[in-house]
Design a binder for this molecule. Structure first.
Ligand code: SIN
Length: 500
């Protein structure tokens, strides 16, 4: 098996995860309760069968990760320490290193990959397109090797099956918790290969990233984990007034879309750039022990959370949609699988429940592995691939992110989305003469931005993390999914499918 990764093997989003992994481990908790919380957060659009798989297989997969070597925080009696996050009615979040869960998960997985002689890792290689097979099946991928220790150039890898685990698309926005590699490459590749993409309008904005000043709010922003609120931190406005108690019965631990909207309302009503997360009452000991990463990052920015509230604001965090898959991770293109944030398994609906993302990766990666072990197809005969045309000038990238941030961010309307789509249309004319990796990334960002904005324009309601200022509230007629694909003429097509 060959693992191809565009920068280093640990340069994805996993390493940035703070809060943890949700799983039912407390005897007083139940998988039915986890299922119910997930469905409520997803506002009518979760696929219940997929959520059932997620919550019932999750604990077993977590124990497999522990057996692989991942070390999670434990109580004095040796049991796994569990905390709570937004939308959960029970303590079920497993964490590591206090608030450095992703670092530990990444370390354990990377060590397991290194130990496995059957795995070949190719770093610094951007996957470009799916290599189509003569019979419509995936036959491999094309890739651009970036010349770190190997000659720079374009090549291909033949494969009996291709699993995309390329992460999200947060870089379509100016401010995001996602690393610079999250440019929607997998979703764009899938669309070009004819795969169906769904729910892309549901981009989750994390309520709390550290506000570092208006000028610093571009690119990857430091996350301030929801687990801090799980341990008792409270959102307050500039006057020190808590504002979540009147919004939701779970107050500061309401589902993420509710909290992000409440913060955005305060920002608009008070004409301010941030609110505050007050964690002072947790005390120096809890902050140092449970939240070492956040405490250090705040101090680096000149803010001491022991003595002052933390300035926070929402930022793009997670793509709830992606390449549509079945319960074994299969996309609509035979032989092409998708896993993690690039996929849409149906577990998140209109708004992902906190700490269900690492869990989804674990559970559905296991299912993909089992499916491939059961039924690995023979190598498809590769068809000749057309020379790529229409790659975009890398210089369009800042304009794409600006257009998306202005018109398709946490607040959207018919007017703002039409403006964004108009700008994206014009930017789509600016083609590149150099088909290098930067042109591919710019093209991928533009492709996913267009699919996202088009779906957001079409969905004339407010549901989950899709907030239309011109359509208050959810509309029963929209309790379904927008499916997008690219047709033979290269046109983006959308189709509505009622929820099951
Ligand atoms: C967080 O720690 O707040 C992020 C966890 C998640 O995205 O589920």
């Amino acid at each position: 098996m060959i693992v191809v990764t565009k920068v280093n093997i640990d340069d994805g989003s996993t390493i940035w995860a703070q809060g943890g992994i949700a799983a039912v481990l407390d005897p007083a908790d139940t998988t039915q309760a986890h299922l119910a919380d997930t469905l409520v957060a997803g506002v009518g659009l979760c696929d219940e069968a997929a959520v059932e798989v997620l919550v019932t297989e999750g604990p077993g997969r977590l124990h497999e990760l522990i057996a692989l070597g991942a070390q999670f925080d434990r109580n004095p009696d040796g049991s796994l320490a569990l905390t709570r996050e937004g939308g959960h009615h029970a303590d079920r979040i497993v964490h590591a290193g206090g608030d450095a869960t992703g670092v530990e998960v990444q370390r354990a997985l990377h060590a397991a990959v290194r130990r496995d002689p059957g795995l070949q890792v190719v770093e610094h290689a951007l996957v470009l397109d799916l290599l189509p097979g003569a019979d419509g099946r995936a036959a491999g991928i094309t890739l651009h090797v970036l010349g770190e220790g190997t000659p720079d150039g374009v090549g291909a890898v033949l494969a009996r099956a291709v699993v995309l685990a390329t992460g999200g698309m947060g870089q379509v926005y100016a401010a995001t918790t996602n690393p610079s590699v999250s440019t929607g490459d997998g979703v764009a590749l899938g669309l070009r290969a004819g795969a169906v993409v769904t729910d892309v309008e549901f981009v989750q904005f994390h309520p709390t990233v550290l506000f570092l000043g208006a000028d610093a709010g571009k690119g990857q922003q430091p996350l301030v984990s929801e687990a801090l609120r799980g341990e008792g931190a409270i959102l307050v406005d500039a006057a020190g007034t808590p504002f979540m108690r009147d919004v939701h019965e779970l107050a500061d631990l309401a589902p993420r879309d509710v909290v992000a909207k409440a913060i955005t309302r305060v920002l608009l009503e008070q004409d301010v750039e941030h609110v505050y997360l007050d964690a002072r009452h947790l005390g120096a000991g809890v902050l140092a022990h449970r939240f070492p990463t956040i405490t250090a990052r705040c101090r680096q920015a000149g803010i001491d959370p022991v003595h002052e509230p933390i300035p926070v604001t929402p930022a793009a965090h997670y793509a709830s949609g992606g390449l549509r898959t079945d319960l074994d991770g299969r996309t609509s293109v035979p032989g092409l699988y998708a896993c993690g944030e690039v996929s849409c398994t149906g577990v998140h609906g209109a708004n992902r429940l906190a700490s269900n993302s690492l869990l989804e990766g674990l559970v559905f990666a296991g299912r993909i592995g089992a499916d491939l072990a059961r039924d690995l197809p023979s190598q498809a005969e590769p068809r000749d691939l057309d020379t790529p045309t229409g790659l975009l000038d890398p210089g369009v990238r800042p304009a794409v992110t600006e257009a998306m941030t202005q018109g398709a961010g946490v607040l959207r309307s018919a007017v703002s989305l039409a403006d964004t789509l108009g700008q994206l249309d014009r930017l789509g004319e600016k083609t590149s003469t150099d088909p290098g990796p930067s042109a591919w990334e710019a093209t991928n960002l533009h492709t996913v931005a267009t699919a996202l904005a088009a779906a957001a324009e079409r969905r004339t309601e407010t549901r989950g993390c899709h907030w239309r200022t011109d359509h208050a509230g959810a509309d029963e007629r929209w309790r379904g999914h927008l499916l997008a694909s690219i047709d033979a003429d290269g046109e983006l097509r959308e189709q509505y499918e009622p929820a099951r």
